[in-house]
Ligand binder design. Structure first.
Ligand SMILES: [Fe+2]
Length: 407
């Protein structure tokens, strides 16, 4: 599986990865951007959502990996994936942390075996300050140059913001760089990879469903505000269409028979967390309500919800519709491990239908998510790894997929 080639001649890892970088080829100075006339005038403006390339925006892992890789997942009857967000680093000191996380994830792939991740689903904020193409080499292609598997992504707020020299100058269109690196019409060399081999990804949109053996992931785009994240107009409160919310509802309806038959797990991914105890990156209640409405209308609730944006690890359990649903925030991939503290009770504590299960972990790390259909009951395992601590997970949760209960 090393230096593997995917469908359509897709490439993933370098044959001989170079040593970790310690400096950027293109520096970015956040104060320049954050104090710019353009940003100060436009920072509270919702951006349009690029129209998906196909309707509905849906793709299959079998479009990306070779048939033997798909058959291996099917015959093992289990699949593992990586999940984390906010991997973009803006300072050399953070770059080192991003490299540490990326290297540990690449090593998981290289180790092989039935629990080796088949792909990485990125939770957004791939590059910072702002989401323009010149940052993709330093913050994405170079750190993940040894990661020998496909990488899918939803955009974060920083990926959607682009920068103009003055408040009236023309900035690059929102998500232009994301689209050409993750929503290419065909896989091929990226103009932003600095000559590294990873092929562009061919997602059908910035929000989309990835259907894989045993699992479907519905990825949503929560727009460009620092907060709140939004996926709809929320009754004309925000100037954006409601198509994404309709998509979420219809995808949950489509997946319901397969989920009820025990054939697959259904996961949701959205950059802004519906639930968060971080003061600066708090939960987005309108987004959470939209997701609940879609689940209620579809009659299907997800097996887990993943978010980034807050630069730490948080794990909640929501008890709703007779299900235990983990809501996991892992915006810990490299930007900065930081919390904006607010007084909260020691975990576990419960508020309404939600329990914060452990005290937030303020460190760099990533998730491994495994769906194991060979066990009885069938299991979803979500585990958080901190490379600084070691090779064992520092927190994990198991969901009984047959009875929708945490065990
Ligand atoms: Fe973010």
């Amino acid at each position: 599986m090393l230096n593997s080639i995917g469908k359509g001649g897709r490439l993933f890892a370098e044959p001989k990865p170079s040593p970790d970088a310690t400096s950027f080829q293109t520096n970015n100075t956040s104060s320049e951007y954050f104090n710019s006339p353009y940003y100060l005038q436009h920072k509270n403006q919702i951006q349009p959502i690029p129209k998906p390339l196909i309707d509905p925006p849906r793709m299959n892992l079998a479009d990306v990996l070779q048939d033997p890789d798909i058959q291996a997942i099917q015959s093992a009857n289990q699949i593992t994936l990586h999940v984390v967000g906010d991997t973009g680093a803006v300072m050399p000191t953070h770059l080192t942390k991003e490299e540490t996380v990326a290297d540990a994830m690449a090593a998981d792939v290289q180790a092989g075996g039935p629990t080796a991740p088949s792909f990485f689903f990125h939770l957004g904020d791939i590059v910072y300050y702002f989401g323009e193409h010149q940052y993709y080499y330093d913050q994405f292609y170079e750190p993940y140059r040894a990661y020998d598997r496909p990488i899918f992504a939803i955009p974060g707020n920083h990926d959607g913001v682009t920068y103009g020299d003055s408040s009236t100058s023309k900035a690059p269109p929102t998500l232009e760089a994301f689209l050409r690196n993750f929503c290419a019409a065909t896989p091929g060399a990226s103009p932003d990879s600095g000559g590294l081999m990873r092929s562009t990804m061919t997602q059908p949109g910035v929000y989309f469903t990835l259907d894989a053996p045993l699992v479907s992931i519905i990825g949503l785009y929560s727009n460009v505000l620092e907060g709140p994240g939004i996926i709809s107009s929320q009754g004309n409160k925000y100037p954006v269409s409601d198509e994404q919310l309709l998509f979420l509802t219809s995808e949950l309806q489509r997946l319901k028979p397969s989920r009820m038959a025990g054939e697959r797990a259904v996961l949701l991914a959205v950059h802004h967390p519906p639930l968060s105890v971080d003061a600066k990156h708090s939960g987005s209640t309108g987004l959470a309500q939209d997701m609940d409405t879609a689940c209620q209308q579809a009659g299907l609730w997800p097996d887990a919800v993943f978010s980034g944006h807050a630069h730490l690890y948080q794990r909640f359990t929501r008890h709703v519709a007779n299900q235990d649903i983990p809501y996991v925030v892992s915006g810990s991939g490299g930007y900065n491990a930081i919390s904006s503290p607010q007084p909260i009770p020691k975990a576990p504590f419960t508020n309404g239908d939600t329990t914060l299960e452990i005290d937030p972990i303020i460190d760099y790390g990533y998730l491994k998510v495994t769906i194991d259909m060979t066990s009885s009951p069938r299991l979803l395992t979500i585990a958080f790894y901190q490379p600084k601590v070691g090779k064992n997970a520092t927190d994990s949760v198991k969901v009984d997929l047959d009875h929708h209960q945490i065990i």
